[in-house]
Design a binder for this molecule. Structure first.
Ligand SMILES: Cc1ncc(COP(=O)(O)O)c(C=O)c1O
Length: 388
């Protein structure tokens, strides 16, 4: 794809689940911020600042539109990353309102650790639900009464999804619980899973969505009454006296997003993220078709090779595996010698991959729209040669 024309023929980047490559328009938008309207947002009256404000506002609106959500129900705040967003929420719930905290067995360390810390702090039990093989949740086995639920809707091991997310959200709400979705692996390639969601909050990372390094929180307006804002500073107050302050988020519903945005924000990154959303929305059917063909072909090769143990149940842009008799880290280095950049290890899913499944360290290929057909040909040939 010409938007990734900076890749040489040799560069085969298979680590999109960690950070997507950034297409040219995103890089250019970030450069434009630095060279044409470098300015502080939301505080200044000069022209560059007004331009920044308009573009930041556009990004918030575009994010909601991307998920078919209404600004009447949700607002968008920016943070550092998914991990930061989840922790920001979990650390600011008014104490004593949950009977337990619930997560699942296939979580990234980000919600997994944050829920451990929450349970310790709040002195409530923590439950780790076992997801079905396809990623869905068996609701008959769940009790969500007054529970805080924090789970992914797509896994970073193999992309399996919470297929019954709508029913899960409904069940949590009917039981008087709250659900926060870790959407880090869903929003680049499968946003539809969250269309018109009623989840209380969604945390994600723009850097996994072809955008710059940036965290994104999509929060239901009515969640605010459950929170006590204790991570505070500049950019979020209307007034300050010697011993008190008035939060802008409390005074004006249009400023709700400031509740999570203390201090100066990554204005250039936010603006460039708007460009990434625009870029994702503009992808053609043939771009998407080529992407599916690429990962499906790689999946089929990995799935059919006698020495390869593939974790995936089905074709997905993210696939993890190990090769019988070969150390994954050494394989990773050998692939790198051929220009193939893949992750090795447990990808921050230590509990499930190491302690539940007892897998050896794995190799992960995670593909993005930048991948060329020739990258798949070369990877298959390289693996065939390596495996004899
Ligand atoms: C499912 C999932 N959740 C959370 C994270 C954490 O994202 P970040 O490091 O951007 O906070 C990742 C990162 O890979 C992830 O894949």
């Amino acid at each position: 794809m010409h938007d990734f024309d900076y890749l040489t023929d040799r560069d085969i980047y298979f680590d999109a689940a960690c950070q997507s490559l950034r297409p040219r328009p995103v890089i250019e938008a970030l450069n434009r911020y630095y060279t044409e309207h470098n300015s502080c947002g939301e505080r200044v009256k000069y022209a560059w600042g007004r331009k920044t404000d308009n573009l930041v506002e556009e990004t918030r609106e575009r994010m909601l539109k991307y998920l078919k959500l209404k600004s009447r129900d949700y607002f968008v705040s920016f943070t550092l990353n998914t991990t930061y967003g989840i922790n920001l929420l979990l650390n600011q719930f008014k104490p004593g309102q949950f009977k337990k905290v619930v997560t699942s067995n296939i979580e990234h360390n980000s919600p997994f650790l944050a829920t451990i810390a929450f349970a310790r702090r709040e002195k409530v039990p923590r439950e780790v639900i076992v997801r079905r093989k396809d990623g869905s949740i068996n609701l008959e086995k769940c009790d969500f009464s007054k529970a805080l639920v924090v789970m992914n809707c797509a896994s970073n091991i193999d992309g399996r999804k919470m297929l019954n997310i709508k029913e899960v959200v409904k069940a949590v709400h009917q039981a008087g619980g709250i659900i926060i979705i870790d959407a880090a692996q869903a929003l680049a390639h499968s946003p539809e899973i969250l269309y018109k969601t009623e989840a209380d909050a969604i945390c994600t990372s723009a850097h996994k969505m072809y955008g710059p390094s940036l965290g994104v929180m999509i929060v239901r307006r009515d969640l605010q009454k459950r929170l006590v804002t204790n991570f505070v500073g500049g950019g979020m107050v209307d007034d300050v006296t010697k011993e008190d302050f008035a939060l802008s988020a409390d005074g004006n519903p249009d400023h709700a997003y400031t509740r999570f945005e203390s201090g100066l924000q990554a204005w250039g990154e936010i603006v460039a993220f708007g460009e990434a959303l625009k870029w994702l929305e503009s992808l053609s059917k043939s771009d998407k078709k080529q992407f599916v063909e690429n990962y499906t072909r790689l999946f089929e090769f990995l799935n059919n090779h006698s020495r390869i143990h593939l974790i995936n149940q089905e074709a997905n842009p993210t696939m993890s595996f190990y090769i019988e008799g070969l150390d994954s880290h050494l394989v990773g280095e050998a692939l790198s010698d051929e220009g193939i950049m893949a992750r090795t290890g447990y990808f921050c899913v230590h509990y499930y991959l190491d302690h539940v499944k007892h897998y050896p360290p794995l190799i992960r290929f995670s593909l993005g729209y930048h991948v060329r057909k020739s990258d798949i040909d070369k990877t298959i040939k390289t693996l065939e040669r390596m495996l004899g």
